[in-house]
Design a protein. Structure first.
Length: 270
């Protein structure tokens, strides 16, 4: 059994993992789910969170969301400050597992292995561009469906229709791109209704790969400056996240390292 170990960063269990390990986990889960379907056996849905400072800070203030992150099968370190935190805990080889890159690598593996993919999130025009761009990169990728949800909560009938679409598509991987914390909440809520599916919350990856939003240069990503680039490109949407929430992370992490904040599980802070 392939699995990712976890360590706590401000009460959130982050996986000490890599792109290769996440891809291997997904392949194993898909194989198990397909075998269970053939034998008409029960199985459970899986979900993967790509976890940034924003996710950790949101979870710190919201115990329900913290539980959702901590229940994830994998919660990758999506930002360099999270990577640095894991390294300071003794995981010296830890590297970033970034949502948009993970999505591309999973699509490459899906093309090779015949895994079927579904997209949930974005706008209709974004999904059309995403499909075209991914098929240009991976011509044999099996894209079996997509759904662009409205910018409001779905009704029970609409939600049931989404479940029907995903189930009838026989999707193996569902990429979810509706931003944190909505995407993690959606995946957790649908885990039982989509028992044969691996869900991956990839945030802004749909917009990046559709060509709607540009990504930060690699050197900015490596040095933990992606937040600054994104703030410059989307100030109205992201100013609160990067100017009010994110700056609190480093001093709080310093307090955890110094032993003033201790986390024995998701609910307990001493």
């Amino acid at each position: 059994m392939i699995h990712a170990n976890k360590d706590f960063v401000l009460g959130v269990a982050i996986s000490t993992t890599s792109y290769q390990q996440v891809i291997a986990c997904c392949a194993e889960w898909i194989k198990e789910a397909r075998e269970a379907r053939l034998q008409k056996l029960g199985t459970r849905g899986r979900y993967i969170c790509v976890t940034s400072v924003h996710g950790i800070m949101t979870a710190r203030a919201d115990v329900v969301f913290r539980h959702i992150l901590n229940e994830a099968d994998v919660a990758t370190p999506d930002g360099m400050p999270v990577v640095w935190a894991l390294r300071s805990l003794g995981h010296s080889a830890q590297s970033r597992v970034y949502g948009p890159t993970l999505m591309l690598q999973l699509c490459a593996n899906a093309e090779q292995q015949g895994h079927r993919v579904f997209f949930y999130g974005g706008r209709p025009e974004t999904l059309n561009a995403l499909r075209a761009n991914l098929l240009a990169l991976f011509p044999k990728l099996q894209i079996v469906g997509a759904f662009a949800p409205p910018f409001r909560p779905l009704t029970s009938d609409e939600d049931a229709e989404v479940i029907r679409l995903i189930t009838e598509s026989a999707a193996d991987l569902v990429f979810v791109g509706i931003s944190t914390p909505k995407q993690e909440t959606w995946m957790s809520a649908h885990r039982e209704q989509l028992p044969s599916v691996v869900m991956i919350g990839v945030g802004a990856a749909f917009d990046f790969h559709a060509g709607r939003v540009s990504q930060a240069p690699a050197w900015m990503q490596r040095n933990g400056l992606e937040w600054f680039y994104r703030l410059l490109t989307e100030p109205k949407r992201l100013w609160r996240r990067y100017l009010l929430e994110t700056p609190l992370f480093l001093p709080l992490w310093g307090l955890q390292l110094a032993g003033f904040l201790r986390y024995s599980n998701e609910a307990e802070q001493k």
